[in-house]
Design a protein around this ligand. Structure first.
Ligand code: PEP
Ligand code: MG
Length: 582
């Protein structure tokens, strides 16, 4: 048995036979053309470009219908890459000057471009390599004339193992046949990860080399909850996962029944469970999973796979789309949080930053680029005329920054009033608390906003100086760290003193043992990805706020993350043993 650890990007557990995707799906035969035949060869390449671009646009259409336009846009961008005149120019030059075949010239040009991206040593750009390989495959299939639709030819449920999966391959996976997938490459921010999550296929990426250790048909386990791939599991492990799978299936059925019940503790304390979404299409999940509204709408995903910034109208339409699905629920729209580990054409000029997590990301970027910011603020305000829209600023580090953002918001409000455009004049304005300086200044910040939302994903990394995307410091990046928990507690106290609501929208809210702690320190709102909501609701309905308070007080006295984790796990085992089963 071999256990590989990677990055969990889509939850769930699957057991099944491996299907290893051939890394050299399309083989290039000839490398050289006959002398003097280059015009025909270039023409052949041009034909392939036309067909491949048409095919990518077709995928865009299908994926848009199936998953929504934001996903489809990825393939629109692929079509544009295929038609990129500079690609054509480079390939044509190699055909003409070196006498290469179109296939070989293309492959060389793509590989050189991919290498350039890899050389920039930037995780985000490295992820973009998969887009390049995707378009290479598409073009090669046209040129070689092998329309190998291997992925669609699956005849039995399997676990797909590959070096990497391109976004289009992922989007076309048939979720009835592909039980899960695991890849050697890939990162948390890749399009592939995002699409896997939207499809609900358990997935683990970034596992490092493992394909040489496995053959097609071998039994494997993918644990998308923990980011683990198990090759050739022993009988005991297999039995453990089989039982866990069964328990989970039963457990999920029960969870669905909770949908229409409120999240109330046994001693009558109502906890508002909100969902985090990235795409408007996910709003439906909020209802399906019985959430009370949207606690965090990560609007930067509107910028995904695009060359141009979204227009005010596009922002507005996206917000209305969410509103239409959740007409009477609160929707917290977070302003653009781009930069650092999130990608876009907007951030391209920042690719050279030495320390992007400490650089011009998020609100800083918006305040540096006020025109960009105004477009979004106008759209959010316009949408506020139609429902319970709230606005939230991310990555606030100082009071001055918050004031600057609010001033701009007021300025945009004035502009809309002059134009007689309707909006909610009393739109609630909140700030995220995800930088230690903001947490320490929470008393002051609380006087100037209507609500707080604690972004623990970032707060943990900044408190402990441990990059949230770096697997080498993952042992430090720990939600159980006492410094983190004390700081969260201080923020909650500050919010209470100022009598403003406070929410936690980081991943901690999605983990039952931390949710227990958070309720214990007084949180009455938790926001998590929709799939985590039923489990958290079940937890809330199984506890008393008073027991949670006592447990949280005990935790706040503890000295190490290990002590805290084992204490909270013990508590959880007592309250909700099935939550720890998988
Ligand atoms: C956070 O930092 O906790 C958060 C919710 O924001 P994101 O994960 O988008 O940075
Ligand atoms: Mg954050």
């Amino acid at each position: 048995m071999e256990i590989k650890r990677g990055v969990a990007v889509s939850p769930g557990v699957a057991i099944g036979p491996a299907w290893v995707l051939d890394t050299e799906e399309v083989r290039i035969g000839e490398r050289f053309i006959a002398p003097g035949t280059y015009p025909e060869e270039i023409e052949r390449f041009d034909r392939a470009v036309r067909s491949a671009a048409g095919e990518a646009r077709q995928v865009q259409k299908t994926v848009s219908e199936r998953l929504g336009e934001q996903y489809g846009a990825i393939f629109g961008a692929h079509a544009a890459l295929i038609e990129d005149p500079s690609l054509r120019q480079e390939v044509a030059a190699q055909i003409r000057d070196q006498g290469f075949t179109a296939e070989y010239a293309l492959s060389r040009v793509i590989r050189r471009r991919a290498k350039l991206l890899a050389g920039l040593n930037d995780r985000i750009l490295a992820d973009r390599q998969s887009d390049l390989f995707d378009i290479e495959k598409r073009l090669l299939r046209q040129l070689v004339g092998q329309r190998q639709q291997q992925l669609q030819k699956l005849s039995q449920p399997t676990i797909l193992l590959a070096h990497d999966l391109t976004p289009s391959e992922t989007a076309q996976l048939d979720r009835r046949q592909v039980l899960a997938f695991a890849t050697e490459a890939g990162g948390r921010t890749s399009h592939t990860a995002i699409v896997a999550n939207a499809l609900g296929i358990p997935a683990v990426v970034g596992l490092g080399p493992f394909l040489t250790d496995v053959s097609g048909g071998d039994l494997v386990i993918v644990d998308g909850n923990r980011g683990v791939l198990i090759l050739d599991p022993d009988a005991e492990t297999l039995e453990h996962y089989r039982q866990a799978q069964q328990a989970q299936a039963g457990h999920e059925r029960e969870l669905v029944e909770l949908r229409d019940l409120p999240a109330v503790t046994r001693d009558g304390v109502r906890i508002f469970l909100l969902g985090n979404i990235e795409f408007p299409e996910e709003a439906a999940q909020i209802l399906e999973r019985g959430a009370d509204g949207v606690g965090l709408y990560r609007t930067e995903f509107l910028y995904l796979g695009r060359k141009e910034d979204p227009t005010e109208q596009e922002h507005f339409q996206a917000y209305l789309q969410v509103l239409r699905q959740l007409p009477s629920k609160p929707i917290v729209i977070r302003t653009l949080d781009i930069g650092a580990d999130k990608f876009s054409s907007v951030t391209e000029p920042l690719a050279q930053e030495r320390n992007p997590f400490l650089g011009v990301r998020s609100l800083r970027l918006c305040l540096h680029n006020k025109n960009l910011f105004r477009v979004q603020l106008r759209a959010i305000l316009r949408a506020s005329a139609y429902g319970d829209i709230r606005i939230m600023f991310p990555m606030v580090s100082t009071l001055a920054e918050l004031r600057e953002a609010k001033l701009l918001l007021y300025d945009v409000m004035e502009e809309l009033s002059e134009e007689q455009v309707p909006f909610n004049q009393r739109i609630p304005v909140g700030t995220m608390i995800e930088v230690p300086s903001a947490a320490l200044m929470a008393d002051q910040l609380a006087r100037e906003v209507d609500f707080f939302s604690i972004g623990t994903n970032d707060l943990i990394q900044y408190v402990l100086a441990a990059d949230r995307t770096n697997e080498n410091v993952a042992y430090l990046y720990n939600a159980s760290d006492p410094a983190v928990l004390r700081l969260i507690d201080q923020v909650v106290r500050a919010a209470e003193r100022a009598r403003i609501p406070v929410n936690v929208c980081g991943e901690m809210s999605a983990e039952p043992m931390y949710a227990y702690f958070l309720v214990g320190i007084g949180l009455r709102q938790l926001s998590a990805s929709p799939h985590a909501i039923p489990e958290i609701k079940r937890l809330v309905r199984s506890i008393t706020a008073e027991d949670a308070r006592r447990a949280a007080q005990a935790v706040l006295q503890m000295e190490t993350a290990q002590d805290i984790t084992s204490y909270l796990r013990d508590q959880l085992r007592r309250i909700l043993p099935e939550a720890l089963a998988v």
